[in-house]
Design a protein around this ligand. Structure first.
Ligand code: 5GP
Ligand code: ZN
Length: 114
């Protein structure tokens, strides 16, 4: 989608130095502003704005992202645990309107989250 920063990263229009994973469906790269020693964004190549746009057709893709997340977590040696976070909408702090999952690890996380 035009004017979407993650679509531009996925297409290569904006070069990304820190790609972690790519296949035909999913792209993963390190967050610009990491909130933990490991902070990776996992993004479907298809532009979906947020969880509110999920339907029967694309729900399988989001399930697949969880498989990718668990594989990246293994590669990054996050045996002790990790968080997979999706912010949906302004109240949750979503700033990029292309659905993405934050894979966070390498430190102890508090609950409830801020
Ligand atoms: P949100 O707040 O929407 O859940 O998360 C957006 C995330 O994207 C933020 O953690 C922010 O640091 C990250 N981000 C925004 N623009 C870029 C960028 O151009 N490159 C990378 N690597 N991360 C970005
Ligand atoms: Zn997009």
């Amino acid at each position: 989608m035009k004017d979407c920063i993650f679509c531009k990263i996925i297409s290569g229009e904006i070069p990304v130095k820190n790609k972690v994973f790519e296949d035909d469906k999913v792209f993963a790269f390190e967050d610009l502003n990491p909130q933990a020693p490991v902070h990776i964004l996992i993004v479907p190549k298809k532009h979906i704005a947020c969880l509110n746009e999920v339907n029967q057709e694309n729900s399988e893709l989001l399930g697949y992202i969880q498989l990718v997340a668990s594989q990246i977590a293994k590669q990054k040696n996050l045996e002790g645990g990790y968080r997979l976070v999706n912010n949906c909408g302004a109240d949750a702090g979503q700033t990029v309107l292309h659905i993405h999952y934050h894979l966070l690890g390498g430190r102890i996380f508090a609950w409830p989250p801020g």
